[in-house]
Design a protein around this ligand. Structure first.
Ligand code: MLT
Length: 265
């Protein structure tokens, strides 16, 4: 069931389903919690699954300006307070959700019992990439989400997924098109300014699973494997037949890796 909760002063939509150990799923850009539907389906029989729409996305409030990754971590921690989650959680983030996870590690490590990092990266943007994001932020505010949605789709999914699962591409296109331009622009500015999380990697002490679609063009598997190697004891699982959106493109393989990891905790 999706409900609305005010956390850190922001009205957030959150799917909160199931009981038991809490697992928090943080979506990528410019999407919403529905990207986790296959994981929610599998996990909510055994766990409490908490999947928010981050500020500015889905049915959550957009705050114009900049949504720093730290702001999104503050929202997430406040959301857990509002939902009365007191035990440490398993935190799972995809791409931008992973950038938020780094800020949770920095600021709210006591909230975490394990980490799952999907199709994400620890390095900050290059100056050129950051400038590109600032231009895109301006463009979505003047022109809307249409052209960003089309250019993102090209990079989010493996070519074979676009061919074999056109309904998945269409569903993501619709979610992106519905995203509020102010929300997307704020997150683009926040991602452009994000800090380097690479120095954090050797300090991570909770069990960690690193997943990546083998055809991921945004956070390439070689880079993610090196990231996993820098996290003490991290488990590395490449996901076949998938690009950047591995949990949607190959849910069976992602769910198996998640299930095995959670059973090992
Ligand atoms: C995402 O999937 O969240 C984005 O690709 C992240 C990014 O643009 O760096």
């Amino acid at each position: 069931m999706v409900k609305h909760v005010t956390a850190n002063g922001v009205r957030l939509a959150v799917l909160d389903r199931g009981q038991g150990r809490a697992i928090v799923l943080l979506h990528g850009f410019p999407l919403d919690h529905t990207m986790w539907r296959h994981q929610v389906e599998m996990l909510s029989g055994q766990y409490r699954v908490i999947a928010p729409d981050l500020r500015g996305f889905g049915a959550s409030e957009a705050i114009p300006g900049t949504a720093a990754m730290e702001d999104l971590a503050d929202d997430t921690s406040a959301l857990l307070d509002a939902l009365e989650v007191r035990q440490p959680v398993v935190l799972c983030g995809l791409s931008m959700g992973g950038y938020v996870a780094w800020e949770m590690v920095r600021k709210y490590a006591w909230r975490l019992s394990a980490l799952v990092l999907c199709d994400t990266r620890s390095q900050p943007d290059t100056p050129a990439a950051a400038n590109g994001r600032l231009e895109t932020a301006q463009r979505v505010l003047t022109e809307g989400m249409g052209s960003l949605a089309e250019s993102m789709l090209e990079r989010l999914l493996a070519p074979s997924t676009r061919e074999r699962q056109p309904e998945l591409a269409q569903g993501l296109r619709e979610v992106m098109a519905r995203t509020k331009p102010e929300g997307a622009a704020a997150a683009l500015r926040g991602m452009a300014a994000r800090r380097d999380a690479t120095p954090l990697l050797p300090t991570i002490v909770v069990p960690t699973l690193v997943l990546c679609g083998v055809h991921d063009a945004i956070s390439p598997p070689g880079e993610m494997q090196a990231m996993a190697a820098a996290i003490p004891g991290a488990r590395w699982v490449p996901i076949p037949d998938a690009g950047h959106m591995a949990p949607c493109e190959n849910p069976h393989a992602v769910n198996r890796a998640l299930g095995d990891f959670l059973a090992s905790l």
